[in-house]
Design a binder for this molecule. Structure first.
Ligand code: PRP
Length: 208
């Protein structure tokens, strides 16, 4: 008798990326839906099990092997400070991590004591550290664009997609720091154990 294999486990991010991921899979024949309020779904062929998790928690699930695979942006991978195999990048969901400030305030690139509010403290710290530029980093979990308006910091570093949130809050990009791609990552041990099935999945996802 042949043992029935467990479906491959894949963590997916809640939020604006989710629908694009679901559509990408569906167009390639992997169809799944999360029933109302449920956070686990299995595809119609019972080959893939999906977990719907908070974006910033996704690396934790993959690191611990609870989900063998995960889909998220470079920003989330970088901030987690964990090591994964990066298997595939997708052509949707790309953004930029940018430094922004008020339209009437030039970026003072040669002065110190600049406060920057951001959710991406590791990326921002490493970026300015590599430039030898001291900055005060203030960690916020969201609505970062409010910080300059309320006087918490003059500058912010945040994801910019269309730029409309910046514009609506009187801010503009002063400098793009990183291009952020959406990737499929894998727990390293899980990849080695499930190499053939993961390769098959990658071929499906690469297909037009
Ligand atoms: C993200 C990001 C910016 C906004 C950028 O926020 O943090 O605020 O999108 O998009 P735009 O350039 O198209 O306006 P999100 O809506 O994910 O929520 P958050 O503020 O909680 O991070």
């Amino acid at each position: 008798m042949i043992d029935k294999q467990e479906p491959l486990s894949i963590a997916l991010p809640k939020g604006r990326l989710f629908e694009q991921v679901q559509e990408h899979f569906s167009e390639r024949g992997i169809k799944f839906n999360f029933e109302k309020r449920k956070l686990i779904a299995v595809d119609q062929s019972n080959s893939y099990k999906f977990y719907l998790v908070k974006n910033s928690d996704l690396p934790i699930y993959v690191h611990h092997g609870i989900a063998g695979l995960g889909i998220c942006g470079d920003d989330v991978i970088y901030e987690s400070e964990r090591e994964f195999f990066r298997l595939l990048d997708f052509d949707f969901g790309g953004t930029r991590l940018s430094l922004a400030g008020p339209t009437d305030a030039p970026w003072p690139s040669d002065s110190d004591n600049i406060a920057i509010a951001t959710s991406y403290t590791t990326m921002v710290r490493d970026h300015f550290h590599s430039k030898g530029m001291p900055v005060d980093i203030i960690k916020l979990k969201g609505s970062v664009e409010l910080a300059p308006a309320l006087g918490l910091s003059q500058y912010i570093v945040d994801l910019v997609e269309t730029g409309s949130t910046l514009k609506a809050n009187g801010l503009e990009v002063k400098e793009d720091l990183f291009n952020v791609k959406v990737r499929m990552v894998s727990n390293k041990a899980y990849y080695k154990l499930n190499y053939h099935r993961i390769s098959k999945l990658l071929n499906i996802l690469k297909g037009a």
